[in-house]
Design a protein around this ligand. Sequence first.
Ligand code: NAP
Length: 287
Amino acid sequence: MTAQKLDGWAAAGAIRAQLADEVADLKAHGVVPGLATVLIGDDPASHVYVTNKHKGCEEIGMRSLRIDLPADTTREQALDAVERLNADPSIHSYLIQYPVPSQLDFNELLYRVDPKKDGDGLHPFNLGLLALGADGPRPCTPVGIQALLSHHGVGIEGATVAVVGRGLTVGRPLGMLLTLKEPNANATVIQCHTGTPDIGEFTRQADIVVAAVGRAGTVTADMIKPGAAVVDVGVNRIDGELLGDVAPEVAEVAAWLSPVPGGVGPMTITMLMRNTVAAARRALGNA
Ligand code: NAP
């Protein structure tokens, strides 16, 4: 078997076209959805991520504001940027790009973001809403994975899903999301991590395997049930090459496999854009 591609650019393109229509509609009502990013320091990968986020927004007619601060930014300066964005009515969503320099506490900054403007959906208030199954900005990578599978017709409802990784941006919120009793979820989720003695024992039971680990080659072909769908979230830069968490031979066993790059990455950005458009819609409703 050679797995079919879970094509992040195809899925993202379809959703971005819908979002462009929504942006046009909001503009007709006098609201331009606005996203801001706060990038602190010189991390080269972060610069690429932030550039791609702004490019995506601009392509569909959204406003985007980029705040780049130097690596020696103080706590007070970083908090000041957060407070200014909280108060800026033209910005409906924003994010602080992770990681931040070591003199800063990322969580302190995140917790000061107005939860209504939390583009990444990672503020504890919004993670609480997710746990409750309530409306609010949801974490971009987990909802991006959900949308990627749905776009390709991979059924999640009733499926057994093994999530490898319990990180706070991907694995843990993905487990919360896919067990919600709602459409495109309602799955049985097995959460694996470094405390799981034999991860393969669980992934082999799964119809869908999601690898969100940050270690190349963690998920190998012998860990996959023939015909399963495999989502590779990992981004590992090794000798100048970009590798996922899934070994290439998995394509010979799985029915579906997401590439790295071009799988989950474009979906994460698209969900950030979607969170911003939704926040602008809520702001219009409250105006
Ligand atoms: P993280 O917070 O560091 O979490 C990694 C998780 O993997 C942890 O729960 C860790 O277990 C687990 N783990 C590590 N080694 C393992 C092993 N050998 N076997 C089983 N579990 C293992 O990382 P993250 O933020 O979730 O990100 C994970 C990967 O996804 C990274 O490569 C990141 O760059 C990528 N990512 C991609 C996107 C995208 O849009 N494409 C977005 C976000 C993240 P413990 O909890 O026990 O330590």
